[in-house]
Design a protein around this ligand. Structure first.
Ligand code: ADQ
Length: 466
């Protein structure tokens, strides 16, 4: 690809597990925060986005690269074989690393075959991506699926600036060392020039690991990690939302219709909302327990309230995700069975995704936003909820103190998501909160959501990488 003559900015090559082809975006609401963020990052500059198409194909055909340009973003995608998907994606990435990094050692599976599949697919990504990368390109690799990719690209002779960003938490050292061959994995990370984390907490855990387990020379102030004569910078870059895009969604007919629909269907009841991928890290059953506890304590307020949980299925081929779905159906069923009247159901549980326009409308119609993950790298839903509020009459965000976003959104009502009492108490506090306090909290939060946006995140990371 030719360099634009108008700018000296090097081309950006983004590599992530999945590539969201822009025209297909709205269709799959559950694509997650990463896809939206990367699309925003690439929209305004010359670049290329390489990754898996999400499609399965015969193993002989997995070397084909499909290149397309849509909505100003060029994508190069490859298919994976059924075995690759099973071992690399459902296996090592989503049944080993994801649970472990979210502190769910009880759900983490450690199997040799999936570990080998993970390494094999990382090698394939390197083999197919390397020829697309030009000498001056800046390469930005994303997330836990592709931790060893930088080292694989280096082994093919790439001398480019290569950065890596981890979108999920980095666990405490004593937990992380449960991973077989943990040293080998982390050593590959030290082939990047820059490694980014969502928060200082995850960054500190990583630096602690490098110092205590690898014996690396670590400078906490600058974040430099030196091992075997090579230095990597490690820093925190909290991701944000695309403020300019998201905050304007309220002007669309789709958002207004969604808001009206929600308000009309709840009439005088106050609505509380939860929006998450159906994932055990998001604390949805624990949230329902908290709501149940609130109803137990204040049964006279049931008629004033309705809780809407929107949770599209995710990673359905992984067993723990099938189990969380069953648990949730049971919990919602129990509370609704015990508490409903012929004209009133306290919990609406919706198993599908919506467009961002519709979500904006639902957020705006909801006086309480419940975002209570047990662990979350950042959590963009919390920021979207804030961005969608009416400045003259804003709702209250109830936020887990274990979400990365809690560091920036200290003016939310912070809760321990494991404690039903804490959640019940926070709901009461939100319901009783006077308008002045709601506005004061909102104003501080919205300033952070507006200023610490996805463009700032990209600019900060790429400035340090460059
Ligand atoms: P996720 O775990 O996917 O992202 P999150 O940050 O909350 O979590 O992003 C979810 C995105 O998907 C949001 O933009 C949200 O609007 C959308 N979404 C969720 N439920 C939806 C629904 N029912 N319908 C439509 N859209 C829905 C990972 C990490 C996070 C980190 C992001 C970005 O786990 O911690 O914040 O990457 O780095």
């Amino acid at each position: 690809m030719e360099r634009s003559p108008l700018t000296d900015t090097p081309r950006l090559v983004v590599i992530s597990n999945r590539v969201a082809v822009p025209k297909a975006r709205g269709a799959a609401g559950a694509q997650g925060g990463l896809a939206g963020a990367l699309h925003a990052a690439l929209k305004d500059r010359e670049g290329l986005w390489f990754g898996w198409s999400g499609e399965e194909s015969e193993s002989g055909r997995t070397g084909n690269i499909d290149t397309q340009t849509n909505d100003g973003v060029t994508t190069a995608t490859i298919d994976l074989s059924q075995r690759d998907i099973e071992e690399y994606y459902n296996g090592y990435a989503n049944s080993t690393l994801w649970p472990l990094f979210h502190y769910r050692l009880d759900l983490a599976k450690f199997e040799r075959e999936t570990g080998k599949g993970y390494e094999r697919v990382n090698e394939r990504f390197a083999e197919l991506a390397a020829p697309l990368i030009e000498n001056d390109d800046v390469v930005w690799v994303h997330d836990y699926h592709l931790i060893p990719l930088g080292e694989r690209l280096r082994s093919r002779g790439l001398k480019n600036r290569i950065g890596f960003f981890l979108h999920i938490p980095w666990p405490a050292t004593r937990l992380f060392v449960s991973l077989p061959y943990h040293e080998r994995l982390v050593r590959t990370m030290l082939h990047y020039d820059l490694v980014g984390f969502q928060t200082k907490e995850w960054l500190d855990s990583f630096l602690h690991y490098c110092r205590t387990e690898l014996g690396a020379e670590v400078d906490e102030d600058s974040g430099s990690v030196t091992l075997d004569g090579r230095t990597t910078l490690a820093r925190a870059y909290p991701i944000g939302i695309d403020w300019d895009h998201f905050s304007k969604l309220g002007e669309t007919g789709e958002a207004r219709n969604a808001q009206q629909r929600m308000m009309a269907s709840t009439r005088r009841r106050i609505s509380m909302i939860g929006v998450d991928r159906l994932d055990y890290s998001k604390g949805i059953p624990e949230r329902i327990d908290g709501i149940g506890r609130f109803f137990d304590r204040e049964p006279e307020r049931i008629r004033d309230l309705v809780f809407v949980q929107i949770a599209p299925p995710s990673r359905e081929d992984v067993q723990s995700y099938q189990e969380i779905r069953e648990t949730l159906e049971q919990k919602c069923g129990q509370i609704n069975g015990a508490r409903s009247e012929v004209d009133m159901v306290p919990i609406r549980y919706v198993n599908r995704g919506y467009s961002h326009e519709e979500l904006f409308g639902f957020f705006r119609a909801s006086k309480i936003g419940l975002v209570t993950p047990l662990r979350d790298g950042m959590n963009l839903v919390a920021k979207e909820y804030v961005a969608a509020q009416d400045p003259d009459d804003p709702g209250v965000l109830i936020l887990s103190s274990f979400a990365g976003a809690a560091l920036q959104l200290q003016d939310a009502v912070l809760v321990n998501p494991h404690s039903p009492d804490d959640i019940a108490h926070a709901i009461r506090k939100a319901l009783d909160m006077p308008l002045d306090e709601r506005k004061a909290r909102y104003e501080k939060m919205v300033a952070s959501v507006r200023d610490e946006n996805v463009q700032a995140w990209t600019a900060d990371f790429l400035r340090d990488l460059g």
